[in-house]
Design a protein around this ligand. Structure first.
Ligand code: PMV
Length: 325
């Protein structure tokens, strides 16, 4: 039977988080930790999933039952994505998906989005569907909304398109930014708050203090526009300053916390051009951008706090076929 192995990368938010949920643009990059999925055609009526990294082995569901009944967490994104693909493109035959991941699903690098995208992209190759990046996006993003109810979809776009993207929800604009190198330094707080919970908390804050929160979103939009120009001109110093200003607005919408803040100030004091939260905040990751000769000092400074440096490369290729049989 036909089989294909595909892979797609994790992501990091560069600028514009939270505001992107409300129609403002954001910038994000891919990282060199990938999720791999081997997708095989079968002659059964089942979707079978093995995802050992999320402790899911031997999971099986009849195609016509997809998304019905109880679904283990590790299967959710793949099951909804396959259901949406099958419905949209009138498919019905059996499929087996085995995943293997480079990255921990505890860090917010987007393992769920990568698994959705690998499932859709891999299955599209099995069934010879000639899908564009945007077609893959539409199917995988619908799964995110079906499951979480909220989310801009920037993570789905990132893992599909690769590199650095400028993104407006719901896939209204997805544009690759050409930049030869982007050496981002990442610090992890050691814990994470569920993204949807932080988004809902900020939503409640906006309802109470609309004048402040929507003003922050308007400013973040301008920061992202200026940040895009700075990246396109490889002006990392300006980009770093804009990261710091963006951080001020993330603080204003109350998604900063002590551990993130300590890493951010430590990075700045060690000579970074800029440092800010990356993603929803209240834990998870911060990022810093530094001149090459300050990189080590910035890493040491992050490691001197309660947070921890994570070594990775950014700006890597998006979803791709690895091998085909
Ligand atoms: O927590 P992360 O890295 O998935 O980032 C969330 C970014 C938000 O803008 C807060 C939410 C979203 O869906 O864009």
């Amino acid at each position: 039977m036909k089989s294909v192995t595909v892979s797609s990368p994790g992501k990091l938010m560069l600028m514009g988080e939270h505001a992107v949920v409300y129609g403002k643009p954001c910038l994000s990059t891919t990282i060199d930790q990938r999720l791999y999925a081997t997708v095989e055609a079968t002659d059964s009526n089942f979707l079978e999933i093995d995802a050992p990294e999320v402790k899911l082995e031997g999971y099986k569901k009849e195609i016509k039952e997809l998304t019905k009944g109880k679904i283990p967490k590790g299967a959710e994104y793949i099951e909804y994505s396959i259901k949406n693909l099958y419905e949209k493109y009138n498919l019905s035959s059996g499929l087996k998906i085995q995943t293997k991941s480079d990255f921990s699903s505890e860090v917010g690098f987007g393992s769920s989005s990568a698994s959705s995208v690998c499932a859709v992209y891999g299955a599209s190759k099995i069934f010879d569907l000639d899908l564009s990046n945007k077609d893959v996006f539409d199917v995988a993003y619908k799964a995110v909304i079906d499951i979480k109810g909220v989310g801009s979809g920037y993570d789905i776009a990132s893992t599909i398109y690769g590199g650095v993207i400028y993104y407006v929800t719901p896939g209204k604009v997805i544009r690759n930014i050409q930049i030869p190198e982007l050496d981002i330094i990442v610090g992890y707080a050691g814990y994470k708050t569920v993204t949807a919970d932080v988004v809902n908390m900020v939503k409640a804050l906006e309802e109470k203090y609309k004048f402040a929160v929507s003003n922050a979103y308007d400013q973040m939009e301008k920061i992202v526009e200026e940040g895009t120009k700075a990246l396109e001109n490889s002006d990392l110093e300006t980009f770093g300053e804009l990261m710091n200003i963006n951080q001020g607005y993330l603080d204003a919408i109350l998604v900063n916390d002590r551990v993130l803040s300590d890493m951010i100030y430590a990075a700045r004091e060690a000579g970074a051009y800029g440092a800010k939260i990356s993603g929803s905040g209240l834990g998870d990751c911060m990022i810093a951008l530094a001149p090459k000769d300050k990189k080590k000092a910035v890493i040491d400074a992050i490691n001197s706090t309660k947070g921890k440096y994570i070594e990775l490369k950014t700006n890597v290729e998006g979803v791709r076929v690895e091998t085909k049989k």
